[in-house]
Design a protein around this ligand. Sequence first.
Ligand SMILES: [Zn+2]
Length: 359
Amino acid sequence: MQAMKIVFGSLIGVAIVGGMVAVLILGFVLLFVTGFEFGDEEMAFSNAPSQIAEEEIPEQFIPIYKEAGEEYDVPWLLLASIHRVETVFSSIEMVSPVNAQGHMQMMPCSWLGWDYPNCEGLGGTDIPEAIKTDPEKIEDYGGFGVDANGNGKASPWEEEDAIFAAANHLASYIDGNKGLREALFAYNHAHWYVEDVMHYYQLYNDGFAAKDGGIVEVYGDKAWVVPHTKNLTSGYGHRTMNGEQEFHGGIDVAGGNDRGQPIVAFKDGKVVVSQGNTGGFGNLVIIQHGDDMLTFYAHLMEQGVPVGTEVKAGQMIGKMGTSGNSTGVHLHFEVHVKKEKGGFQRVDPMPYVKAFLGS
Ligand SMILES: [Zn+2]
């Protein structure tokens, strides 16, 4: 009986130890699996489509952008943004006045290669189609054309070929999310073009992605509110306007004549006011951060993101404009903090944005 008990006791012991080992092993396996999933999620997150992207980007192109993006390590939403700017997703004329061709509007010499004898200046207006689309010639002349659908021809008029070729072109200038602007400038030598594509890239990303892409400047939990400019034209406090004294309750960030540039949330928060053009502020968005701070974004081009939207620092909340009592394209930005006795009061935004202004 005694012996039986001992045997039984050690069996229980073995079972317990065995169980613990099993749990440990399972734990490690889970740790690894979730660890990897995390990594993937983060990767995906830096190129996660926004709601606008889901509404605007035609479904049939998405698998092609993704494949091309993976092949060349180019953000797929950037390819979608280029496609949007170039031909509105292949819905308009696909030969430009300067002879850019196909779905992604590449110049014939970029496609075939600038070593081709006829390629000087813009050149390439009379390249025979058979040469331009021959993968071997493209390799000889160092072009970006790709035969992605494997039909033996690399053609700017075929969706897959065109999108892969664009990715191939961009890939020679960028590293993942770095150097996007340089790569876009190389693709189409115009600053307006770069801003146009970046505008859509930002719209199509869910906001956090913007941080990773270096589009929005972020320090800690705060983002600079107008990614493309830091030109302050008016500070907080008393000033004279048209000969009259007035109190200016925020700072003005000038936008040149760049109407429509993105304005982003200063911190994580929730939109509590999103007003149409109803007064001095014009189109106004107010975001509440926690329960002790508000930020105001005024004179937007059109009504911003709706009330109730949960936003992340750096997420686009509206476009720069000159609505309301305003004489030029600018953002009027205010910071309000909670008073001890309740309610909010305006404060000088400068201490809050100082980190972005370099002093
Ligand atoms: Zn102002």
